[in-house]
Write a protein that binds this ligand. Structure first.
Ligand SMILES: [Zn+2]
Length: 245
């Protein structure tokens, strides 16, 4: 297999490093070839790769370029490097696995527990969103509020409601809390909505959540932290009440 050698300028390497740091797979011809070669030659996880010297020779790759690609694969979770033992193939974390673990988590979560989890996190996220949301994020929330009101089916409503709560969490500006919220939001989508599905085709015009959402958005737009927090709590409490009655 003939692979082109491209060491890259320092600037290019900086960009690659940033891309890797952002968790995005880097796009690179050598890396693509190495990834494909490993997948074909060592389809099973736990296989030991040849030494760097042999690998570079086999792939007709310079050592620095090989090392760079190996580093990228390590960040992607496709290989594991163990000092003194060598480099081994790993099972890449796939979307299917992520979806499967979320589904398993949803199975173990009672609807009431999902709502309690939301009540413990989302009011605080709304408070932080009132502090940190950008004007564009506020505008998007307002648009979403209007679109939620115009939902033509429960499926539309659920999707837009999911988007709004996701955006509020993101606007809070804390990566770790946002990631926790994403897990919670994904689980609650399965757990809570499965229980709330009703015979009515779409939310009625006086559905309680419409005003509740608007109250949260208005508080965030006017940078009123405590109102944002209280209004989010009231919104979630109303949904919890629907569950328990
Ligand atoms: Zn909502």
């Amino acid at each position: 297999m003939k692979l082109t050698t491209n060491i890259g300028t320092t600037e290019e390497n900086d960009i690659r490093f940033q891309e890797m740091q952002n968790g995005q797979p880097i796009s690179d011809q050598n890396l693509d070839h190495l990834r494909a070669w490993i997948a074909e030659t060592y389809p099973d996880a736990g296989s030991r790769l040849p030494s760097e010297r042999d690998l570079a020779k086999t792939l007709e790759l310079s050592r620095p370029e090989l090392r760079k690609s190996l580093a990228a694969l390590e960040i992607e979770g496709r290989i594991i490097r163990q000092v003194g033992r060598g480099t081994f193939t790993a099972e890449p974390p796939s979307m299917t696995q992520t979806a499967a673990s979320l589904a398993a988590l949803a199975e173990r979560t009672a609807p009431h527990d999902a709502m309690i989890a939301r009540l413990s996190l989302e009011p605080e996220l709304a408070r932080m969103a009132a502090l940190h949301a950008s004007p564009f994020q506020v505008k998007t929330m307002q648009d979403l509020g209007a679109r939620i009101r115009a939902s033509r089916s429960w499926a539309d409503y659920e999707e837009l409601d999911f988007e709004l709560h996701d955006l509020i969490a993101k606007s809070a500006g804390n990566v770790l809390l946002y990631e926790l919220h994403k897990i919670m939001n994904a689980v609650r989508q399965v757990v809570v909505w499965r229980k709330l599905t009703s015979d009515i085709k779409r939310p009625s015009p006086d559905y309680h959540s419409f005003d509740e959402h608007d109250a949260i958005i208005t508080a965030i737009a006017s940078r009123d932290c405590s109102a944002a927090k209280d209004n989010m709590r009231a919104h979630l409490q109303a949904t919890l009440d629907t569950l328990t009655t």
